[in-house]
Ligand binder design. Sequence first.
Ligand SMILES: NC(=O)c1ccc[n+]([C@@H]2O[C@H](COP(=O)([O-])OP(=O)(O)OC[C@H]3O[C@@H](n4cnc5c(N)ncnc54)[C@H](OP(=O)(O)O)[C@@H]3O)[C@@H](O)[C@H]2O)c1
Length: 214
Amino acid sequence: MKIVLFGASGNIGRPATEELLRRGHTVTAVTRAGHLDGLRHQALTVTAGDVTDAAAVAGLAASHDAVLSAVGPRIGRENDRATIVGAARALIDGLRRADVTRLVTIGGAGSLRTPTGARVMDDPHFPALWKANAEAQAEALDLYRGTTGLEWTYVSPAAHIGPGERRGAYRTGGDTLLTDDAGASEISYADYAIALADTIESGTAIRRRITVAY
Ligand SMILES: NC(=O)c1ccc[n+]([C@@H]2O[C@H](COP(=O)([O-])OP(=O)(O)OC[C@H]3O[C@@H](n4cnc5c(N)ncnc54)[C@H](OP(=O)(O)O)[C@@H]3O)[C@@H](O)[C@H]2O)c1
């Protein structure tokens, strides 16, 4: 497949780029600076773009089979609704203009539900620092749910995502946080990248939010 990947320089976007290339896809990797240090591949093109600009999204997405967005606020931008909601609006508008229907996007875990039915972000132990961005991620999900025509999938990670082993295995859920037997909700960047690539390749979970965790 020919895939445009926004946020290719990020903790999630970088391994996602590598995973798609490993599987033989052709990747247009987008970063704001227009370069991706230390990654060279014959099927990789690196270019500059702002995912909150619908015209730029349309121009970059044209003639591709699918779009993967791994974009999010950089660390230190704890209240960056403009990036999260702006990206969702521009992706929805830009893909419509480009006549590209398939979008897989990373999302937040804060809008997932606990077994009691409460949102994860409303738990008193949820870090206050992350609340604004979690609310913005929930708003973005609502925007996708309000679309027609777009074949989106919103992939919430586990509550905790970070560097770690590449197990090549994960579980998939819907709107409820996945936890293991010890109560932990975790996934590595590498395995989240596998889940994102699997979702694009399989064409499943259309117009749905899913979550992935060990
Ligand atoms: N458990 C959770 O809920 C959870 C946990 C972790 C992450 N997340 C979500 O996932 C997001 C990504 O996480 P991460 O660790 O991969 O973040 P990261 O390493 O900071 O990467 C963010 C990526 O977004 C890109 N970006 C930001 N604004 C952009 C724009 N306007 N146009 C194009 N690209 C833009 C950055 O590109 P540049 O190189 O141009 O800056 C970078 O590639 C987080 O911001 C958060 O929303 C959720």
